[in-house]
Design a protein around this ligand. Sequence first.
Ligand code: ATP
Ligand code: MG
Length: 576
Amino acid sequence: MRWSRYFLQTVREVPGDAEAISHVLLSRAGMIRRLAAGIYSLTPLGLRSHRKAERIVREEIDRAGGLEVELPILQPRELWEESGRWSRYAEEQILFHLKDRKEGEYCLAPTAEEAVTTMVRSGVTSYRQLPVTLYQIRTKFHDEIRPRFGLMRGREFLMYDGYSFDTDAEGLDRSYKAQDAAYRRIFERCGLDFTVVQADSGAIGGSASEEFMVLADTGEDAVVRCAACGYGANLEKAETATRRAPWKDETEAPLVEVPTPGKGGIDAVVTFLGITAARMIKCLVYESDQGFVVALLRGDLEVNEVALKNALGVERLALASEENVESATGAPVGYVGPHKLPGEGVRIIADESIRDAVNAVTGAGRRDWHVAGFVLRRDANVQDWAVFAQARAGDPCVRCGKPLAIARGIEVGHIFKLGTKYSKALSCGFTDEKGETRPAVMGTYGIGVGRTMAAAVEQHHDADGIVWPLALAPFEIAIVSLNPTEEATRSAADALYEALGAAGLEVFYDDRDERPGVKFKDADLIGFPIRVNVGGRALKEGNVEVVLRRDKSVRLVPTAGAVEAVRALRGELAGK
Ligand code: ATP
Ligand code: MG
């Protein structure tokens, strides 16, 4: 492809709303254009990389036995009512919905469990027709609260979504593992450094769920990892072994009130009383769809709200307003006392971190006072115990006890053992060997194609621009003609362009009448893995320069051997 005949404009300005480097670089390289918040157009160059990511996904999922289908993007509300997802998604506010001329309600699908289950329900009757894994790679919609980061969190984006249907849990396990293996090949082929972590499966209660995380400082997710044993989990899901308790081996002291005027927060009390935060018991008041909840945990720890929500089995959970804290507990925020809570109307749940707490400090149940000598077993009436304190770097690993580390990750893919939630709700059953009807056992799988492409940029760039992994580069090789108006340079560059093309290589030929410096800058910004400079002194001496984008190393190669040299270098890159 010749740049002079292509549609491509690089830009100098950084988009005003760009927070992520991939957003900046994909925009500046002229690969994406913003149409509205979270809505992007792909230019011819951008589409090439996007299609490459898509092709890798399709090849590997096909290889794993997936069968491609096309499910409607526009879906009727009734279908979503059948599964119970309409109200839940509407509440989370990520569902785009609209009305047609007859006042019928529809959504633009964020995933397609209902639609695919309906397809399988109308075709499958017997266990002999299972297992089957159906998938599509189609546009999805999320009405994201904060669309940002360019292709990484859009409102309209391309997603691979796959769905497996099995007769039993063992079958599901096989289908799930096949997806897992395909995902590993996909992200390896994309040249990404990724890790697979346990993920929250939410209140739906699937039995396993894992996320594929591309490690990058800009990642929106926190992942907990143990270098010693390989344990990995999304922070939302991460567990830890029991932490050392500050009150270990102490004997119980009596409960005493201590004045703490104007010292509502943990930090203020800790400084004022000269104690450690771990000595305190934090009382957090939440409102849920099942009423008020007081969550108790050690003062130096934070609540993992996903874990708390799961432990309580509630759909909605949010910190209570100041007024509601006072009306529910009788004490203002910062002074709630676990021993002064009303017996009814407030559910008390405690984190394992305070299981044997003695001589702790906590709120007195009235303004400007705390209590010391608090013994949990003696002084509070805890109804439920659970683990909902968030893991911290350095906490002991739940598997091996070694210290955990926390890193940032970009969720590029998700695999999820769903079970029978949708097959039951939508009556997708089959008859087994004994003639009994049973619901299909489902798995659901997703990969963000644009997010994967952007994650590659997050991981592979330098001060000058993108450093595409070979597999996702829009073109693998660029030819830069240093002086297209000079006949000798033009004919040598043209000849090389023809020869590389004839050798089956993918070449982008910068034949514009621009200064070499401008062209080098553009080539570095776009990030072609290999660049060949044609012209100048090198050409006069019968050579061309072959430049590797990754480390900017330059090889001087005789013009006659240029095709072979490029092919060899490309082979080296492909092998890594
Ligand atoms: P997130 O937690 O990042 O909001 P999700 O868990 O809601 O994503 P899933 O339903 O698991 O999303 O979607 C499957 C995959 O689709 C994700 O792993 C991700 O790669 C991609 N994806 C999800 N939301 C977006 C988005 N707004 N823009 C681009 N890709 C997305
Ligand atoms: Mg997910």
